[in-house]
Ligand binder design. Structure first.
Ligand code: GLU
Length: 261
């Protein structure tokens, strides 16, 4: 059997919560197809635990303490997984949950254990669904956002591509909310100062913790390890298959522009 190629795909909080069960089904259908038709296995990174819990508990306070966020993540994580499990079942897939802190990847023994677990799951054709273990992660052992977690996992697992699914089309040459003539940048050979200058460091998503700046950092980190990153809208129902077919959507960082391999 030909060796499978490996991707890491990350879904942002807004996508997970706004898209809900229907979008998750479309994602998992694509995950099944990627393996069957394109020889690509996927490690999935999801956000949305805190945001999902907020919507269920009416905990709308904009300023939340760390313990409050941690408690919300503990409420939301199984709710998000319920939705993933339904979506996985609809595509005859089995999923698994792996919750991580940055410390798990720094410690050599835990890192090796994690690699072994993920490799075994993939061997069994089970989809690993990862999130930060917010219930135990305090500031010092946090990844900060799931973009950073996803790029670190992609590097550790020697992935070929990293797909960051967000609620914008990709990287623009100016703010599309302020400038109607803003252009989507389809391809960056790498992330340089010029690209960083286009993203507001302080602008974070209202729902999740990441923003464009954290995506560029993740893409930059991945690129330094030879991994191609795609920044794409998460709610395009065939986005992953389009990338697998070499169609150009969103912003591609590194690799040969629009190439399948
Ligand atoms: N781990 C957080 C959650 O599931 C989200 C982190 C992020 O937005 O990147 O709610």
């Amino acid at each position: 059997m030909a060796k499978l190629r490996r991707w890491v795909v990350k879904a942002g909080s807004k996508m997970v919560c706004d898209g809900g069960p229907l979008l998750m089904r479309a994602w998992m259908q694509q995950v099944a197809l990627l393996r069957k038709k394109h020889g690509i296995e996927v490690i999935w990174v999801t956000s949305g635990a805190i945001a999902w819990a907020v919507s269920r508990t009416n905990f709308k306070k904009p300023k939340r303490s760390l313990p409050q966020k941690q408690a919300l993540s503990a409420i939301g994580q199984p709710l998000v997984m319920d939705q993933y499990n339904l979506a996985l079942q609809a595509s005859s897939l089995l999923g698994s949950q792996v919750l991580l802190t940055a410390g798990d990847m720094k410690n050599a023994t835990r890192r090796k254990n994690l690699q072994n677990t993920l490799n075994e799951l993939l061997l069994w054709k089970v989809i690993p669904i990862l999130n930060e273990n917010d219930a135990v992660a305090t500031e010092e052992i946090r990844f900060g956002d799931n973009d950073s977690l996803a790029s670190k996992v992609a590097i550790m697992m020697k992935a070929e591509r990293l797909v960051l699914m967000t609620d914008v089309d990709g990287l623009y040459d100016s703010d599309p909310n302020k400038n109607p003539k803003a252009h989507l940048i389809s391809y960056c050979p790498r992330i340089s100062k010029a690209e960083y200058a286009l993203a507001d460091r302080k602008a974070v998503s209202k729902v999740g913790t990441g923003g464009m700046y954290s995506k560029l950092l993740a893409a930059d980190n991945a690129h330094q390890h030879g991994i191609v990153t795609h920044l794409v809208r998460g709610d395009l129902p065939s986005n992953l298959i389009q990338i697998a077919k070499g169609e150009v959507i969103g912003t591609q960082v590194g690799g040969r522009y629009g190439s399948k391999k």
